[in-house]
Design a protein around this ligand. Sequence first.
Ligand SMILES: Nc1ncnc2c1ncn2[C@@H]1O[C@H](COP(=O)(O)OP(=O)(O)OP(=O)(O)O)[C@@H](O)[C@H]1O
Ligand SMILES: [Mg+2]
Length: 323
Amino acid sequence: MQSNEVILSVNNLVKDFPLGQSAKSNVMRAVNDVSFELKKGEALAIVGESGSGKSTGARILTRIYDETSGNISFKGVPLNTYIEQNGALEYARQVQMIFQDPFGSLNPVHTIYHHIARPLLIHKRAAKEAVPQLVYDLLELVGLSPVKETAEKFPHELSGGQRQRVAIARALAVDPEVILADEPISMLDVSVRLGILNLMADLKDKHGISFMYITHDIATARYFAEKTAVMYVGHMVEWGASDNVTQNPQHPYSKLLLSAVPEAGKAGRRELMVKKGDIPLWKPDSVGCPFYMRCPNASEQCQTQMPEPVQIAPEHFARCHNL
Ligand SMILES: Nc1ncnc2c1ncn2[C@@H]1O[C@H](COP(=O)(O)OP(=O)(O)OP(=O)(O)O)[C@@H](O)[C@H]1O
Ligand SMILES: [Mg+2]
């Protein structure tokens, strides 16, 4: 159920964090000039190693953090204006987040019923007497039947995959437009990961929900998301249609990520070899390409000048001086 309606539009997003207690000017740049669009019913995967700024971007979109600079629009309206016109609670309803650790995001003293009924009541989605049936419908939708028995359980009585389904049902309870899924399957048993991805794909395709899917795993990005953005040290280094980015990667960092994906028939995953000190601490006055120190093709220009985006195909861009 994809359409051309742009739900989220992010332009030149920047986020600085202070470094320690020292002078105000001593900051690190966790997100640097990030721009993308998310359309209705579309999934954008954000792929990158630890510390690349993926979660920080999602936290800005849920308003946990303020951006340092840049523009965000929601349904064509600048975010601040949207919130002035419709309220912060309405935006919080429309943009939901699900996390890596489904156990940590559920309250151990409450039943599954409570977890899903609560947002329905807070956001006044239904009259009180209609809530039980809505809770059961949501449990059914996320594949947690028998619904009444599941509703009576506590989080510890469910498996990791079932708990993540509860977290998804809770997000769906408020009828959101967007779900920001921050590594939603990485803590789950391998055997249940595909089920969660397929559930999210159903919500996207049949219910028109847009997803930002944050992951370390470029293989699942391609499986689930129409679009992929590869991030490195807060920068988008390659982005476009997932098929283009994953089948014809142009940036040496994307190539490295793909080389770590296990091939069919070969056991194990090759670890990315990173020397300590090879990943720069990015600051507002840093120059050059962030991948310079790890790049096999780096030239002097790479050390001093940030590459501009190069268009490789209609839906494929990368920032590299060697393209
Ligand atoms: N609240 C904060 N205060 C200071 N620095 C922060 C804060 N949150 C994140 N950072 C820093 O910003 C950078 C990006 O962090 P972020 O959590 O966004 O990375 P990530 O891509 O989500 O990594 P991971 O894959 O490990 O979850 C890191 O260097 C991190 O230390
Ligand atoms: Mg993260």
